[in-house]
Design a protein around this ligand. Structure first.
Ligand SMILES: [Zn+2]
Length: 369
């Protein structure tokens, strides 16, 4: 059995929102290339697979038929009367040639990743083109057309009637679309760590959002202050994530590994380094217990994204990668880190402490903690 499966199709780069858009397809190519340079795809325990477009049946698990048809028609140049009603043709979500095809492809890879782990073919599967967590049932948002994390989770729930899934989202932005898709569902525990909605898109993800109906206590949000650094992030992560995941005892762990919480990312104000990311990836691997579906997500620095996701894949296959990529210039890990002054450090720590305490009070009792 292979340990890990990696999805790659050059057509992933067809999800191209335009030259001026921050979500650049190059970040995927650069990641694939950097992982290749370490020879990880030649390991006997690693499989590479190309993506297949998601089926209509699978799309219907999360998205309205009407919305899917609108996106499909756009591929043919047919615009709805009011594209804005579907979140499309906006600055964040421009219409581009092949929008349906490209969206179906990254979504298909996430569903395939879920199936491969579900069938026990691999212990971990990584779709770097996925993790588009802001899409809603009938509306594009935040650079996302289809919500592939929700599609992968919905497929896992459909495959086995009593399966339980943890969705863990470390993107700098709140995983609002995934939370919304399973807000009343106690079979899916969603946990999102992100920069507070007070200062960042999409303006949600407050601690008080804990789910509804039977799903109450199964949506978890850990908002953090701008400039939160490795030390505070890791402290908050460790206070909340392992106890909840271990108490919930999921059959599968779906992680959104957006790396826009990095200090060099141009879109958020969080201040993580690769030191924190390596620790987080290692902890996610442990918590996933060989049932790990990993998806990409945000990350807008072309320097950071390939390095961080190469570290993630190295972690998946259990290899401690050399800091100097073979035959290349540069380093895999950060050589500098942001310096917070004493006042900033205290502020971010106090903010995180409040969030942690609130989650403990509002959510932990639902899990016997
Ligand atoms: Zn993000």
């Amino acid at each position: 059995m292979a340990d890990a499966l990696f999805f790659w199709s050059p057509q992933f780069c067809g999800y191209d929102l335009g030259a001026a858009h921050p979500l650049k397809p190059e970040r995927l190519e650069l990641t694939y290339s950097l992982i290749s340079s370490y020879g990880l795809f030649s390991r006997p325990d690693v499989k590479c697979a190309s993506a297949e477009p998601v089926s209509d049946d699978d799309l219907g698990l999360v998205h309205s038929r009407e919305y899917v048809e609108v996106v499909r028609a756009l591929d043919k140049g047919i615009y709805p009367a009011n594209p804005y009603a579907y979140g499309l043709d906006t600055g964040d979500n421009p219409v581009f040639p092949g929008i349906y095809e490209a969206s179906a492809l990254y979504s298909g890879a996430s569903v395939q990743a879920a199936q491969a782990v579900h069938k026990g073919e691999v212990e971990a599967a990584f779709n770097i083109a996925g993790g588009l967590h802001h899409a809603h049932r009938a509306r594009a948002a935040g650079f996302c057309v289809f919500n592939d994390p929700a599609l992968a989770i919905a497929r896992l729930l459909k495959e086995s009637e009593d399966a339980k899934v943890v969705y863990l989202d470390i993107d700098g932005h709140h995983g609002d679309g995934v939370q919304e898709a399973f807000y009343d569902n106690p079979r899916v525990l969603t946990i999102s760590l992100h920069e507070s909605g007070q200062s960042l898109f999409p303006g949600t993800g407050f601690v008080e959002e804990i789910g509804t109906g039977d799903g109450k206590g199964f949506s978890v949000n850990l908002p953090l202050a701008p400039f939160t650094d490795d030390e505070t992030y890791l402290w908050a992560f460790n206070e909340i994530v392992p106890p909840l995941v271990e108490a919930f005892a999921p059959d599968f762990l779906v992680s959104q590994l957006g790396v826009d919480a990095h200090f060099l990312d141009p879109l958020t104000h969080l201040c993580l380094t690769t030191t924190a990311y390596e620790k987080i990836f290692g902890e996610i691997r442990r918590l996933a217990r060989k049932k790990w579906i990993a998806l990409g997500g945000g990350g807008y620095s072309l320097d950071v994204v390939p390095r961080a996701w190469t570290l993630a894949f190295g972690c998946m296959v259990g290899e401690n990668l050399a800091d100097r990529p073979p035959g290349r210039e540069g380093n895999l890990r950060d050589k500098e880190s942001p310096a917070l002054n004493a006042e900033e450090a205290r502020y971010v720590r106090d903010f995180a402490s409040r969030s942690v305490e609130q989650v403990r009070g509002l959510v932990f009792p639902y899990h016997g903690l």
